[in-house]
Design a protein around this ligand. Sequence first.
Ligand code: ADP
Ligand code: MG
Length: 267
Amino acid sequence: MPAPGEAPAATGSGLEARAVSAWFGDHKVLDRVSLDMPAGLVTALIGPSGCGKSTFLRILNRMHELVASASLAGEVLLDGDDIYAPGRRLIEARRRIGMVFQKPNPFPAMSVYDNVTAGLKLTGTRVSGPARDDLVEECLTKGGLWKEVRDRLRQPGGALSGGQQQRLCIARSLAVRPSVLLMDEPCSALDPTSTRRIEETIRELAHEVTIVIVTHNMQQAHRISDQCAFFLAEQGTPGAILEHGPTEAMFTTPKDPRTADYVAGRF
Ligand code: ADP
Ligand code: MG
């Protein structure tokens, strides 16, 4: 597994948030969050519960707007283009920016094979027979699951273990060839061995996909990320980034005492 910091030069697109603020009704939950998430790097979002990490992640692929009371300000640039610019289609952001959630959520009754190709249908991407087989193998390989399921492709996704289901979800998100993968606490529901497998998968994927991951596991953030952003929402103020930078620096020489306390587990 390549170590953090060994990520190759940018191969895909990068994401950049500029002065992103977010509200649910009158409740402001994010205040002018700006963050560069360069291609080829793993960016970890850390910070206490309720400081807006998930909201920020959902803004990065236009899921925030699905909540009726939600609104936002600011820009999200993917490869230099604002995904919120007038005329930009939701489906385009979804195809280019994949998401993996805390709880593995494969379609349980659908076969392993069909789970991987499901995203193609959702985004209207056409791939014919043999090419589809190749794509399924490729995505399952990148998800670190191929060897375990190559003889079980017709079994239901729900028959896999929790860790396998999460890797199936990663494979499913890769089928439309996104340039960014957002992950919201992808290992929180998993045992340590499954967690380790997912971490290895993430480091491999970082070669070709920009990864932004929310994690409460500081060791995990330290192991897998190249850069970290520490979110904080103090005393009823909206969430904001208190400090961000290269992961090693955040863990060894944090600038703010609150960051030092948090990464050391004193919170
Ligand atoms: P985190 O992921 O860091 O725990 P969230 O982004 O989930 O934080 O939540 C940030 C704030 O937004 C919290 O105060 C939370 O209660 C609020 N919030 C999140 N989702 C919704 C929603 N759908 N409707 C109203 N408020 C919400
Ligand atoms: Mg969250």
